[in-house]
Design a protein around this ligand. Structure first.
Ligand SMILES: NC(=O)C1=CN([C@@H]2O[C@H](COP(=O)(O)OP(=O)(O)OC[C@H]3O[C@@H](n4cnc5c(N)ncnc54)[C@H](OP(=O)(O)O)[C@@H]3O)[C@@H](O)[C@H]2O)[C@@H](O)CC1
Ligand SMILES: Nc1ncnc2c1ncn2[C@@H]1O[C@H](COP(=O)(O)OP(=O)(O)O)[C@@H](O)[C@H]1O
Ligand SMILES: [K+]
Length: 481
């Protein structure tokens, strides 16, 4: 499991470790890791031109100590000091001692900075790290703009300056990094858009922090998914493996039913039962589907329901499914039609799978505000509905209603932004629910396989949702290794 911890947790762990180590040892570990990453990026350190953007805190200190290490290896290093009188004293002395230069504020500072950054091979962003709040202040923002416009590689120290470490929100100008070297643990912002996009690739430097068991955010890895995937045993039959019911599609959107069934058939359930007006389309594509023209309540037993994809305005199917005492996944139109009090009152697990637009409608806010604050949005929805919520999009998050650790899916690809791929996910996750996974596991394992399937199917070229469904089996095999 990959984990991310909040600033508060990092600070506590940092204090405990600092108390046991000689003064400055932790910063030296950070700086050594940072300098090694910079050297890797540069290839040849000797003779390279390095510019450090240095703020007033320890983040700037890290940059200065790393700069000193690079200067000792023959790089030409210049530090641009945003707050000269509050610059980390030890770091500054180390850089000067190693032959590095400094440029301080005042007239001509920005002009000089622009020139230096324009000629640099590497820019190290030590403006602000976990001590930052809000978007960058004006001079810092101007330097970030110069860095973005230069041909230099930009390496961020701990975090790209200007992003919110705990939430992934970006409240104003921020540094766009090619690489972020982060210390001790990932911070939630490094895994959640929009901040994630500012981080570039992320390299974690172990500085020996002793972190608590419970993280703020976790991302499944192959082994975690493999441990959760259902597998038939000698005693299995199609019913014991779980039957998933799909109440989806409409005369207008029969394809949604077909795609949800296509996902469900690849999700581990022993049988897929379809209820709705698209039975002919479903059967002609997937003859193994059990179809019924009765409503969900009379269609026969299932171990989990999926309701909503392409359902149009059929509120009665949604209401019937929510009455069932089995796990239920509600997607797409079903989200609009589901009564909140009914969802809250359910005793069996409920998994809601909105995209940002649907989440926005449920929360009564704009789509942009959901996309700008995904973590807060998914938590708020889970709390309001008393349900597990999977918020889809460029970053997919899964939150349980009682608070606690939120899962982030690491496998997504933008190729999944294609009509109907959400229907495949709902069938797939519903099938995992029917196989006995918890709502949180079904959502996160489903999203993991779906993302991987999207990557395999696309392989660099556009895909249709049906291609994604077909590639789920490759994803499953890959995970099982
Ligand atoms: N934790 C660990 O284990 C380890 C941590 N280490 C390192 O320490 C870093 C944390 O250092 P930190 O606490 O000194 O805070 P930091 O991020 O430098 O920022 C504070 C300064 O920034 C300023 N500032 C604030 N907002 C701003 C804005 N929007 N735009 C511009 N400026 C802004 C603010 O100014 P002020 O508000 O005081 O005027 C304040 O002076 C951490 O990220 C890591 O790199 C490693 O060395 C060792 C292991
Ligand atoms: N930019 C993106 N990066 C990664 N995944 C994305 C992106 N945009 C959409 N997706 C994924 O594609 C799927 C789209 O689902 P959804 O929005 O419900 O579409 P539809 O209703 O057409 O099926 C979701 O799994 C979502 O997480
Ligand atoms: K930084």
């Amino acid at each position: 499991m990959r984990t991310a911890y909040s600033v508060e947790t990092v600070r506590t762990a940092e204090r405990e470790l600092m108390a046991r180590l000689p003064e400055g040892a932790l910063m030296q570990r950070a700086a050594a890791g940072l300098a090694a990453a910079c050297a890797d990026v540069l290839g040849r350190v000797y003779g390279s031109r390095v510019v450090l953007l240095v703020g007033s805190g320890d983040n700037g200190g890290d940059a200065l100590y790393a700069g000193a290490r690079l200067a000792r290896r023959g790089a030409g290093v210049t530090a641009l000091l945003l707050a000269p009188e509050r610059t980390h004293a030890g770091g500054l002395a180390a850089l000067r001692g190693a032959g590095g230069n400094t440029v301080t504020g005042g007239d001509g500072f920005l002009g000089t900075a622009q020139e230096l950054i324009g000629r640099a091979d590497l820019v190290v962003d030590g403006i602000v790290g976990i001590g930052g709040k809000g978007g960058l202040r004006p001079d810092a923002a101007t330097l970030a703009g110069f860095a973005a416009g230069s041909r230099a590689v930009v390496v961020a120290v701990d975090l790209p300056s200007g992003v919110e470490a705990d939430t992934g929100e970006v409240l104003g100008p921020a540094v766009h990094a090619d690489l972020t070297v982060t210390f001790g643990t990932h911070k939630p912002g490094l895994l959640i858009d929009p901040a994630r996009e500012y981080a570039g690739s992320v390299r974690l430097v172990d500085i020996g922090l002793d972190l608590p068991e419970r993280a703020e955010l976790e991302a499944l890895q192959h082994a975690d998914v493999a441990a959760r995937l259902p597998a038939p045993g000698a005693e299995s039959d199609k019913y014991r493996r779980g039957v998933v019911g799909i109440a989806a599609g409409s005369a207008r959107y029969p394809g949604a039913a077909v795609l949800a069934v296509s996902g469900a058939l690849r999700g581990g359930a022993g049988a897929v039962r379809y209820v709705g007006p698209a039975a002919d389309a479903v059967i002609s594509r997937f003859p193994e589907t059990l179809v019924s023209d009765l409503g969900p309540a009379r269609a026969g037993r299932v171990q989990a329901w999926v309701v909503g994809p392409g359902a149009g305005d059929d509120a009665s199917a949604v209401a019937e499914v929510l009455e069932a005492e089995v796990p239920v996944l509600v997607d797409a139109d079903g989200l609009r039609l589901a009564d909140r009090a009914t969802v809250r009152g359910r005793t069996a697990p409920t998994l809601l799978t909105p995209h940002a637009g649907e989440a926005a409608a449920l929360l009564g806010v704009s789509r942009e505000s959901v996309e700008g604050a995904r973590l807060a949005s998914v938590r708020e929805l889970a709390a309001r509905y008393g349900a597990t919520v999977l918020l889809k999009g460029s970053t997919t998050l899964i939150a349980d209603p009682g608070g606690g650790v939120v899962r982030v899916n690491p496998t997504g690809t933008a190729w999944l932004a294609t009509a109907g791929s959400g229907d495949v996910l709902s069938g797939l996750a519903g099938s995992l629910l029917a196989s006995g996974l918890s709502a949180s596991d079904a959502g996160s394992v489903g999203a993991y396989l779906h993302g991987l399937a999207g990557r395999f199917a696309a392989d660099g070229a556009p895909v249709g949702a049906h291609d994604v469904a077909e590639a789920v089996r490759d994803a499953w095999r890959d995970v099982m290794g």
